[in-house]
Design a protein around this ligand. Structure first.
Ligand code: DAH
Length: 352
């Protein structure tokens, strides 16, 4: 009996070492130590052996069992490690390889690019870029900007209001950020505000959401001549050297006097006529193209932020605002503003 145990032990040891994989090893475990295994049968039969053999056979059989368990465990660990190595080798991926097919690199949207270009010019002139909320209070969007209660812009047909809060709305312009900035920063202030604005408007040149850039300069002794010079500098940077700025009288509730400003036409060089004598289609023969609104900040507006240091008797300044889509359309000859937001890459890809 002891010899048989020794035989089982040594044959099993060889088989375990030779097991080629974890699945085969598991099969071996069942065959060597399972309920029907020979060693198990021997162990179970020990009680029936003659008294004097029991001790020796029992000890030998138990030792053999423990040894085989240890061998199985070690072999399993080795096989696991080897199999993991092999799987990793097969699965190896070079994450630095380009995708298949290689994807073209994207680019910034024309509206963002135009906005940043305007920011760059103005930052160069010493202005700071400031942002404000798109969901705004009636107070900042209208009241503090001197819009009287019956002003048409306040009407339901022009502005998106928040239903549950009648004095909360989607800002209709970037001008409310003027008030928010003046509340927290004492004079002097030189800032521009890029951002989205919302109106109930939709056609080829109007969209319910569009972008504006607002400018504001307030300090001592700032005049309309400074406004003219600033606009001229900015428009040259946007539309090209040699462009001129022109102001025409207009009305805005928050500026006095108010103007609309134009840039000299960059297609006909301001002459209104093309080389062949025909009327310039871009400026409609006028020689000037409207760009935005501006003016000297109304003292009434400064009155709303007087406690932050804006004494209308001491400081004054100018503000301006313009639509980014309009500028991009003019510069790139885009006929319909809605194309900017259709997300058709054939259109957007033209403006890298
Ligand atoms: N907020 C005006 C609008 O959306 C544009 C504007 C006009 C802004 C005159 C200004 C300004 O700062 O001074 O129509």
């Amino acid at each position: 009996m002891l010899e048989r145990i020794e035989e089982i032990r040594s044959e099993a040891g060889t088989a375990i070492e030779a097991a080629p994989g974890t699945a085969e090893l598991e099969g071996l475990r069942v065959r060597l130590l399972g309920r029907k295994a020979e060693l198990t049968t021997i162990l179970r039969g020990i009680a029936d052996l003659p008294q004097r053999e029991r001790g020796k056979v029992g000890a030998a059989a138990n030792r053999a069992r423990q040894e085989l368990e240890a061998l199985l465990e070690r072999r399993a660990a080795d096989l696991d490690a080897a199999e993991l190595e092999a799987r990793l080798a097969v699965d190896r991926v070079d994450v630095t390889l380009p995708g298949a097919p290689a994807r073209p690199v994207g680019h910034i949207h024309l509206i963002t690019r135009t906005t940043r270009q305007i920011e760059d010019v103005m930052v160069g002139l010493g202005y700071r870029v400031v942002e404000g909320p798109e969901i705004e209070h009636d107070y900042y969007n209208f009241t503090a900007l001197n819009h009287p209660p019956g002003h048409p812009a306040r009407m339901l047909q022009d502005t998106f209001y928040v239903q549950s809060h009648p004095d909360v709305l989607l800002r209709t312009h970037t001008s409310p950020v003027q008030i928010r900035a003046l509340e927290v920063q004492p004079p002097p202030i030189f800032m521009i505000v890029p951002g989205k604005v919302y109106r109930r408007d939709s056609d080829a040149t109007h969209s319910p959401m569009f972008h504006q850039v607002e400018g504001l300069a307030i300090g001592e002794g700032i005049t309309m001549a400074d406004l003219q010079g600033t606009l001229s500098e900015m428009l040259q940077a946007i539309f090209g050297e040699g462009r001129e700025a022109r102001m025409r009288p207009h009305f805005f509730p928050f500026t006095e006097p108010s103007v609309e400003f134009d840039v000299s036409c960059f297609q006909c060089e301001g002459s209104g006529a093309l080389g062949d004598g025909s009327r310039c289609n871009l400026c409609k023969g006028i020689g000037w193209i409207e760009v935005g609104g501006a003016g000297m900040v109304d003292p009434t507006v400064l009155g709303f932020v007087e406690s932050s240091g804006y004494d209308p008797e001491r400081v004054q300044g100018f503000a301006f605002g313009m639509g980014v889509e309009r500028i991009a359309m003019l510069r790139h000859g885009v006929p319909d503003l809605r194309r900017f937001f259709d997300n058709d890459v054939r259109v957007l890809g033209q403006f890298r």
